[in-house]
Write a protein that binds this ligand. Structure first.
Ligand code: ZN
Length: 433
């Protein structure tokens, strides 16, 4: 369907208003318009409203299929991915995940083990249509010495296919060892990474956050937090991060993930926090699949009563950039998942009500995370931009989001890629207990 060589013209494709710039077209109530896309070399040479009379001879008619820019997945853990068979979560709880992963890391995460699982994950993401991905890297000593070099090698190996970023990951208490934390910040800076910490309520949280911001400023790093991944109403580290950003005068990018407890707090408290988050210029990423899995897990045979996700609609209403992302895949934090951002978007639509109207929610898996990751031109369809897009079977939202779209076509640099998902059996020898 996509020509294997030469320039070509795709006629009668459906594009979404939130994902196209500079297209003067009549958008329907779902935000879609019919367009023609011309591709020359590795770029989109033009994108114009579709008119049957103007379609050039030889154009490929796509019959109104949806075309979206390739996905940007801004919060993953591909260093943890796929360890489930050898170290499952015994009870599906957050503590179960933490303990099982810690034991697996200490015993099994050699450079070879991490590299092979990372590469497996990246092949899945690429086949599903992801163009850029940020992973967190467990950086508790001595793992940082093992995983960061693996990441640097993997980033080179995947350059041109997936733009790979990494953020360090450690509990905020680890910042108390100031000498070690400074060394870690230097290591992250040397790898052009992002400084990341998991925040929860400890007595010296404000002092520790000041240390984190001081190191980020000193080394010119962006920040990426895991915050308040709990149902505890008392968990207000998101607010503390916003306050610390303001009083430290931080002007880098800050992404905060999870923020689950916010959805359990009284409205006035939550909205006061969101005003601070907006003022401080924070972006927020929700991880709907992982949150649905871990949050409100009761372990007493009773049924979960809430969805685990944070207040994305209220955030967006305040102008806070909001994204959704994959988070964990087949590890103790989430038993499932394959880094398929269409699945994430489909699940987010259902869990977070990204519909009626859809509005500009598609930006949550494309242009918004691209901006947070400082990736110019990613996540939109535009003349002069990269010919990196996905052609789906679906012609409207209900068709797109009702099936897995396993037969989607992923176009990279103007050509349809081979969409081969790696075979699980490849990892069998790493999974021997
Ligand atoms: Zn995470």
């Amino acid at each position: 369907m996509i020509p294997a060589s030469g320039p070509y013209h795709l006629a009668n494709v459906r594009v979404h208003q939130s994902l196209t710039s500079d297209l003067a077209a009549a958008y329907d109530s779902d935000g879609f318009a019919l367009a023609d896309i011309a591709v020359a070399d590795v770029k989109i040479s033009s994108i114009v409203a579709h008119r049957q009379s103007n379609t050039p001879a030889g154009a490929v008619d796509l019959g109104g299929r949806i075309v979206m820019p390739c996905f940007v997945d801004c919060h993953t853990h591909i260093d943890k991915g796929h360890i489930w068979p050898r170290n499952p979560n015994p009870d599906g709880t957050f503590m179960g995940a933490l303990n099982a992963t810690g034991a697996d890391r200490a015993a099994r995460w050699s450079a070879d083990d991490v590299a092979r699982r990372m590469d497996f994950s990246l092949r899945s993401a690429y086949a599903h249509g992801t163009r850029a991905l940020r992973t967190h890297l467990d950086s508790v000593a001595p793992q940082e010495e093992i995983s960061w070099p693996v990441f640097e090698t993997m980033r080179e190996k995947w350059r041109g296919r997936i733009e790979l970023q990494a953020a360090c990951l450690l509990g905020v208490e680890g910042v108390r060892d100031t000498k070690w934390f400074e060394r870690l910040a230097k290591r992250v800076a040397a790898a052009k990474g992002v400084l990341g910490v998991v925040t929860y309520m400890v007595p010296d949280l404000e002092e520790l956050l000041d240390q984190v911001f001081a190191q980020a400023i000193k080394h010119g790093l962006d920040l990426d937090f895991h915050a308040d991944e709990t149902d505890a109403v008392s968990a207000i580290s998101l607010k503390k991060i916003a306050e610390a950003a303001l009083w430290n005068g931080f002007d880098g990018n800050i992404l905060v993930g999870h923020c689950c407890s916010l959805a359990r707090q009284p409205d006035l408290d939550a909205l006061d926090t969101l005003d601070k988050v907006a003022k401080a210029g924070l972006a927020v990423v929700s991880l709907p699949m992982c949150n649905l899995y871990l949050q409100d897990r009761r372990g007493d045979g009773t049924t979960p009563r809430w969805r685990g996700v944070t207040l994305l609609h209220e955030m967006k209403a305040r102008g806070i950039p909001v994204a959704v992302a994959s988070d964990n895949t087949r590890d103790p934090f989430y038993a499932y998942g394959d880094l398929d951002m269409l699945e994430v978007y489909r699940m987010a639509t259902r869990i977070l009500h990204f519909d009626h109207p859809v509005g500009d929610w598609p930006q949550a898996v494309t242009s918004t995370p691209a901006k947070v990751m400082r990736l110019d031109g990613f996540g939109t369809l535009a003349a002069g931009g990269a010919a990196d897009f996905i052609v789906f079977k679906g012609r409207n939202w209900t068709e797109l989001l009702s099936r897995p779209e396993s037969d989607r076509i992923v176009v990279r640099e103007g050509r349809a890629i081979e969409r081969q998902l790696p075979d699980y059996a490849e990892l069998d020898e790493l999974m021997v207990k």
